[in-house]
Ligand binder design. Structure first.
Ligand code: HPA
Length: 235
């Protein structure tokens, strides 16, 4: 059964899907970490793959950038392909100098000014959406076992990458406790709630709005691998 944006059969996709923003990142993960890989989607080049990790089935698919994009893909995966767990694995910008480049963060709440949740279900007025506690607990346990430090906190899911008022982040940090910014988690968490499924979001800090430092491509790759080590063990 295909949907407008995913050309696959139900059984082609595993119960757990890891979602980086970039579909080429999904390809990289499939090529370098998974065995017995089969590509299940090429529509709009939003590549999706299913394979095994330590003998267990897992899928990986790009989400695209922003809430409209992850909103479409995660909804179709949950609703039409029987996917139970979606874990976003992405990058974020730090809102405080208490977190460093390459740190691994786990969202325990997503704040957004976005109307996505209210528009989608018609009844959601909260500024925050939430990941699935059981999934977050598993992620924390795995990270501990692997000796990878993670920082939990509020993540800002922004609709706007380039704000005319660059310093707006200071207000969002102060008023909403958001320690970092990305553009997808809020919508993913909402879709998990309305479909009765599970979601989590693990992020690597790729830049800092405070220090204006950014990561190098090689370092990004290395730190990304640490985040992957955690996520793949959710298979
Ligand atoms: N803003 C929004 N999304 C991001 C950023 C940022 O600075 N860095 C990584 N994802």
């Amino acid at each position: 059964m295909s949907t407008p944006h995913i050309e696959a059969k139900k059984g082609d996709i595993a119960k757990t899907v890891l979602m980086p923003g970039d579909p080429l990142r999904a390809k990289y993960i499939a090529d370098n970490f998974l065995e017995n890989v089969k590509r299940f989607n090429t529509v709009r080049n939003m590549f999706g793959y299913t394979g095994t990790f330590n003998g267990k089935e897992i899928s990986v698919m790009g989400s695209g950038m922003g809430m409209p994009s992850i909103g479409i893909y995660s909804y179709e995966l949950y609703k039409f392909f029987d996917v139970e767990n979606i874990v976003r694995i992405g990058s974020c910008g730090a809102y405080t100098d208490e977190i460093d480049l390459y740190d691994v963060l786990l969202a325990d709440k997503a704040y957004s000014e976005s109307s996505y949740a209210d528009v989608q279900s018609g009844d959601y007025k909260d500024d925050y959406t939430y990941p699935t506690p059981a999934l977050n607990e598993r992620i924390e346990t795995i990270a501990e076992e692997l000796n990878i430090p993670i920082t939990k906190g509020v993540i800002h899911s922004s609709d706007v990458f380039y704000r005319e008022n660059f310093d707006d982040y200071k207000r969002i940090y102060r008023d909403f406790n958001a320690i970092a910014v990305e553009m997808e988690a809020f919508a993913l968490f909402h879709n998990a709630r309305v479909t009765g499924k599970n979601a989590a979001c693990i992020l690597t800090v790729s830049d800092s709005l405070v220090t204006k430092k950014a990561t190098s491509p090689e370092e990004r790759q290395k730190s990304f691998t640490r985040m992957m080590e955690i996520a793949l063990r959710l298979a």
